[in-house]
Design a protein around this ligand. Structure first.
Ligand code: HC0
Ligand code: SF4
Length: 573
């Protein structure tokens, strides 16, 4: 193994290491910008374009980019020579010379890596200011794309092409005009973009951000003629705390609920309630397909990024997904029918707001067919980050909030609903119910460990009364593509497949607090989800008393005519 010296410290490192790997391995530091490594999901972005990680290598005339320079035996590296610092400053000043100088009103203010770097490098003036780019800004859909803020790090391109295999974004032009865009500079809404938001999650600047609905939500909260109900997705409660100084993996359900009440929502309900409802419909459909020789395998359909991917990329497989809507959309349809009736409120006066870890949920709520209540089922979707902004903007001291409780009748949920927020959870929740319905026996151990973990594709076999049921779980659209292709070619045989577009499932959604390339944060959120599930007295969706009541009082039974009308959907080529 080569021995190298970094800042006078000798270290032995594996031969395939870069200087940056070696620097990181001894806990030393050099700033990076374009570089990004998400080891757990096999992604490395290394264009060496930003020139921020330049280091001094003894004996070499030129400085070297640490991220793209291999180590060699006897190498002597200095990370912070005067020359290296100056080169870094120049690189950042050049980037800033063609970057809108609007940090104070940029949505990324406070989370922008370029801004932090300018601060870290003590940049207080810029001798390079001159001509500025004037690209068109795309605000057509859930993601706002401002190419004027693009620094050509190409992280978005790598994630979209290599991890998601959607391939919407690519670098075009050269020199001053170089920028990352969709083909023909189309608006994202006219492309195969799934709105998974993973490009937003890794963009270091404000070039890719979510379309905010904060103002619209404030307007309806303030409107005395509106009854505004809010639903919170399973993954929000294990990530929101990060925005207020809590460790990743902190469970802040109670504070989340209290914050929403202080903000002025009339009722604080839970998407987890409708996740249990989704299981009732999905498990019924699975049982029916299994027993009556229906289309197999059945795919879960609650991730809208995944649904859009399927519609664009596998139009021949549109019969595969369950027809059950996602919990977000089931919630909206039930809020504007069952809840409206029960509360004696005209559904036209009810506004449904969702807090989601996801950008595709914004797109899903706007789909034309999502109006089965007779109104737009879900009016506005804000992300975990947008909710944190609202809480900050209201001067709420999050840490001092009491532990609030969800309102009823759409607030009660089981542990099965909690695990929706992480990869493998929807399949596990469905199995907990399907097992009991198919066998007529009690399922004693509800933890299907074989479905858990981080691998991109997992396949497990479960024995249900002598019948071997094979379950596939995939997260990340590239992994899904591979699994579907294998199924199409007959290489893999499964009965049920759970798909989530984002790494780790919704906990790693594009609307969550920025992880800045640290996948451990996503893992901690997953562990927190499992902890909540374990702590619940009821862990099977079909045992949720509020769900039983909903069927008794309104829907009759899973797959009833009413359930079909309100809770099921179709997919389009
Ligand atoms: Fe998810 Fe969902 S679990 S997609 O990941 O199914 O966004 O958290 O809300 O709808 O419940 C996201 C998270 C949800 C939905 C639920 C599902
Ligand atoms: Fe690609 Fe997802 Fe970004 Fe769309 S939202 S451009 S699919 S990474």
């Amino acid at each position: 193994m080569p021995k190298i010296t970094i800042n006078c410290k000798e270290v032995e490192v594996p031969e395939n290491y870069t200087v940056l790997d070696a620097i990181n391995s001894i806990g030393a530091y050099v700033p990076t910008l374009c570089y990004m490594k998400l080891e757990d999901i096999g992604i490395e972005n290394k264009p060496a374009s930003c020139r921020v990680c330049m280091v001094e290598v003894e004996g070499r005339r030129n400085l070297a980019p640490a991220c793209a320079t291999p180590v060699f035996d006897g190498m002597v590296v200095k990370t912070h020579s005067r020359r290296a610092i100056q080169a870094r400053r120049t690189a950042v000043q050049l980037l800033l010379s063609d970057h809108p100088q609007d940090c104070l009103k940029c949505p990324k203010n406070g989370d922008c890596e370029l801004q932090s770097l300018a601060h870290e490098l003590n940049i207080v003036s810029n001798p390079f200011m001159g001509k500025m780019s004037t690209h068109r800004i795309d605000e057509s859909a859930a993601i706002i794309r401002d190419p004027n803020k693009c620094i050509m790090c190409r992280r978005c391109e790598t994630v979209c092409n290599e991890f998601q295999t959607v391939g919407v974004l690519s670098a075009v032009n050269r020199g001053f005009d170089a920028v990352v865009k969709p083909t023909f500079d189309w608006n994202l809404e006219n492309t195969a973009c799934t709105f998974c938001g993973q490009c937003v999650a890794v963009c270091p600047t404000g070039a890719l951000v979510e379309k905010s609905y904060i103002d619209q939500v404030w307007d309806v909260i303030e409107d005395p003629t509106k009854h505004v109900v809010v639903q919170t997705a399973p993954a929000v409660r294990v990530a929101l705390g990060e925005e207020f100084g809590y460790e990743p993996g902190t469970i802040s359900t109670g504070k989340l609920v209290s914050a929403l009440k202080v903000l002025g929502f009339d009722k604080v309900f839970d998407t987890n309630f409708s996740a249990d409802l989704t299981i009732m419909e999905e498990a019924s459909e699975f049982k029916e397909r299994l027993e009556n020789g229906g289309y197999m395998p059945m795919l879960t359909s609650c991730c809208p990024g995944w649904v859009k991917f399927l519609e664009h990329q596998f139009p021949d497989l549109l019969e595969m997904p369950s027809s059950a809507k996602s919990p977000q959309q089931m919630f909206g349809a039930i809020a504007k029918t069952y809840y409206a009736q029960k509360a004696g409120i005209d559904p036209k006066d009810i506004v449904v707001v969702s807090v989601m870890p996801c950008l595709a949920k914004k797109y899903e709520a706007n789909r034309e067919e999502m109006r089965d209540s007779g109104y737009k089922d879900v009016d506005y979707v804000i992300t975990t980050r947008e909710l944190a902004d609202m809480i900050r903007e209201s001067g709420i001291n999050f840490q001092n909030l009491p532990e609030g409780e969800y309102d009823n009748p759409l607030g009660e949920s089981t542990g099965a609903a909690d695990i929706f927020g992480r990869t493998g959870g929807v399949a596990e929740a469905a199995l907990r119910t399907a097992y009991e319905w198919i066998t007529g026996e009690e399922l004693k151990d509800v933890d299907f460990e074989a479905l858990r973990g981080y691998e991109g594709v997992r396949i497990a076999e479960v024995d249900i009364k002598g019948q071997k049921i094979r379950i596939g779980v995939a997260h990340g659209l590239g992994n899904v593509r591979k699994l579907l292709e294998d199924i199409r070619e007959g290489k893999v045989e499964v009965h049920l497949i759970e798909v989530m577009a984002c790494p780790g499932g919704c906990v790693g959604g594009g609307g969550q607090p920025y992880h800045h390339g640290d996948f451990n944060i996503i893992k901690k959120r997953m562990e927190a989800i499992n902890k909540i599930d374990k702590s619940k007295p009821i862990r099977k969706s079909h045992e949720n008393p509020s769900i039983k009541k909903l069927y008794d009082e309104f829907l009759e039974k899973p797959l009833s005519e009413k359930s079909h009308k309100l809770l099921h959907t179709r997919y389009f080529e």
